[in-house]
Structures are given as structure tokens and as C-alpha cells.
Design a protein around this ligand. Structure first.
Ligand SMILES: [Fe+2]
Ligand SMILES: [Fe+2]
Length: 196
């Protein structure tokens, strides 16, 4: 299976690193790199186009501080197109990457292609397990939201993260998700116990 060469990966990393906000560690370049790793793993198991997934993962959140009239996924896709064109990628690859980037957030649209489905799943896997807990609290810190109560870490966990499993597309992602989610469930049981 063809993968992105180290040189090509470095080219894209160099192009995106300034676009990932340092003030939000939950959505920084490290997040994109972890999504890329999940994406590679799932792509192999699901026999998908790894290069499209790797590129989409590296580019998927670059538009989070973009224009307000668009969703962050649409902003990311627009910026991704420019970067990929500059780096000589074919129109076919650009369209596939854009489709995946646009559909990684359900507020924009549902993923249709296998690569878009895998990017969606890979992104959600970074919300669970120990990494998911670390991201949740760092996000709370940057947004200034409390640990418990309304509009808190706890409510984000119950209203968003708990529901992600039902939206996962691939069997591979579901298999990876379950133990990481159950680790997170135990964490919330423990934190509640400690509070009483
Ligand atoms: Fe995103
Ligand atoms: Fe993301």
C-alpha cells in the first residue's frame, strides 16, 4: 500500500504548523498527527487510500480560527486546497482530501467516501482514553469552562463524547474505541466518587 513519503509528510507539516493554534492544545498539530496515526492504522485494515487519509488528517483542523460564516471543517478544506495545489497534488487527490476534511465534523455533512468515513473515525478516537481526558481538560482550560455542571467538562463528555460510538463508520474504529471509552467511563466514576 502506497503511503506518503517522509519528505512529502514533512512538506505538509511545515505548511500547516503555523495554522494550528498553540493556545488550544486539544486541536494543535499533535492532535493532527495522532489522527494521522489512527487513520493509517484504520486505512490498512479497511483497505482504503492511505495517502488521502494522511493528507486529510494533517489538514483537517487548520481552519479552526478561520472565518465565522463557515464551519471550521469548510474553512480547513479551503485552506487545504491551496496548500495541496502549491505542493503539486493532482486535482483528484485534492477533491478526495477536501471531501474528507469537510465531512469530519457532523455540523457540516455526513461522510460518504471510505476515506472520509475513516478520517471521521480517526478524529473521534482522539476524544477517548487517556489522551481524550487530557484533551478534554485542556480544552476546558482554554475555553474557561468548569469541571462540572452546565456547559462543563462533564456535560461535554455526556452530551458529545458518549455519543460518538454510534456515529463511528468502520468496524476497526469501533474495536479501538470501546476499551478507550470504557477507560474514560471509569475515570468519570472515580472522579464522582472522589467528589462525594
Ligand atoms: Fe475538527
Ligand atoms: Fe480534529
Amino acid at each position: 500500500m502506497e503511503t506518503l513519503s517522509l519528505e512529502k509528510t514533512q512538506e505538509i507539516v511545515q505548511a500547516v504548523q503555523g495554522l494550528y493554534a498553540r493556545k488550544d492544545p486539544a486541536h494543535d498539530l499533535e492532535h493532527a498527527l495522532r489522527v494521522r496515526s489512527w487513520g493509517q492504522k484504520i486505512a490498512v485494515e479497511e483497505n482504503a487510500n492511505i495517502i488521502v487519509i494522511e493528507l486529510a488528517a494533517l489538514l483537517h483542523d487548520i481552519g479552526r480560527s478561520g472565518t465565522v460564516e463557515k464551519t471550521h471543517a469548510e474553512s480547513s478544506a479551503g485552506l487545504a486546497e491551496t496548500i495541496l495545489q502549491k505542493n503539486g497534488y493532482s486535482q483528484e487527490i485534492i477533491l478526495q482530501v477536501k471531501e474528507a476534511v469537510i465531512a469530519h465534523s457532523r455540523e457540516t455533512c455526513e461522510p460518504q467516501s471510505l476515506e472520509a468515513k475513516i478520517l471521521y473515525d480517526a478524529d473521534k478516537l482522539d476524544y477517548v482514553g487517556a489522551v481524550g481526558i487530557a484533551r478534554l481538560f485542556s480544552l476546558a482550560g482554554s475555553l474557561g469552562i468548569p469541571l462540572f455542571g452546565e456547559n462543563s467538562c462533564e456535560s461535554f463528555y455526556h452530551e458529545r463524547i458518549k455519543k460518538y460510538e454510534q456515529y463511528l463508520n468502520t468496524d476497526s474504529a469501533k474495536r479501538y474505541f470501546r476499551p478507550l471509552f470504557s477507560y474514560m467511563e471509569d475515570f468519570w466514576i472515580q472522579i464522582k466518587k472522589q467528589m462525594t
